[in-house]
Design a protein around this ligand. Structure first.
Ligand code: SAM
Length: 191
């Protein structure tokens, strides 16, 4: 499995996979695509979709990969349970019922370091999350204790985990690259 091109901390490199639970055809397509885009842009190595049969989500992310580069992978797995049961690494489940993100991150990093392959699985839900997930995860982590969205929770988790460095990662073989624009409008403070 390829590693992220930067360190999760000042320590050794690790790879982060995202498991998206319970994708429902039609209703969840946009959220699934956004989960994939966020996972890719915020430093994860891959996303595994589960639930409904494969749909256009996989093709949309592959199209983004081919134009914007990088080694991000997307795949489909029929059974989330198989993925979780066979995972050889740390498992985090993002849920509003979990422990505080800032308190959990150092413990998660320490646990990832102790695994030879330094792999982290981040589980995000969509519809009702099966109760077993809570006990199968090593850490249930809350991004605030209000209900919001798996896309927001994933973005904030990854950004805190990688301490913002993921925003500077490079995507090899990109056909398109943005040249950042510094166009700013002068502010009139009026004093
Ligand atoms: N009703 C669902 C349940 O049984 O948990 C939650 C649905 S919520 C729209 C979809 C997903 O967003 C959750 O499974 C969780 O992964 C994520 N999520 C929403 N709010 C969150 C929060 N405050 N902290 C962490 N993750 C959150």
């Amino acid at each position: 499995m390829s590693k992220t091109p930067f360190n999760a901390d000042d320590g050794p490199q690790c790879s982060v996979s995202v498991l998206r639970l319970g994708h429902r055809l039609v209703r969840d397509t946009r959220m699934s695509t956004h989960s994939g885009l966020v996972a890719r842009a915020f430093g994860a190595t891959e996303i595994l979709m589960t639930g409904a049969d494969e749909d256009d989500t996989i093709r949309s992310i592959e199209r983004v990969n081919s134009r914007w580069g990088g080694d991000f992978r997307i795949s489909y797995s029929k059974s989330w349970k198989e993925v979780v049961k066979n995972w050889e690494g740390v498992i985090v489940h993002l849920t509003m019922y979990g422990q505080n993100l800032d308190l959990a991150i150092p413990k998660i990093k320490e646990s990832v370091r102790r695994f030879k392959d330094r792999k982290l699985l981040v589980i995000i839900g969509s519809e009702k999350v099966p109760a077993e997930i809570y006990s199968m995860a090593n850490f249930n982590v809350a991004v605030g204790s209000q209900p919001h969205s798996e896309v927001a929770a994933l973005a904030i988790f990854l950004d805190r985990f990688f301490r913002g460095k993921e925003l500077y990662s490079s995507f090899p073989r990109a056909k398109i690259r943005i040249r950042p624009s510094e166009r700013e409008k002068k502010i009139e403070f009026g004093n």
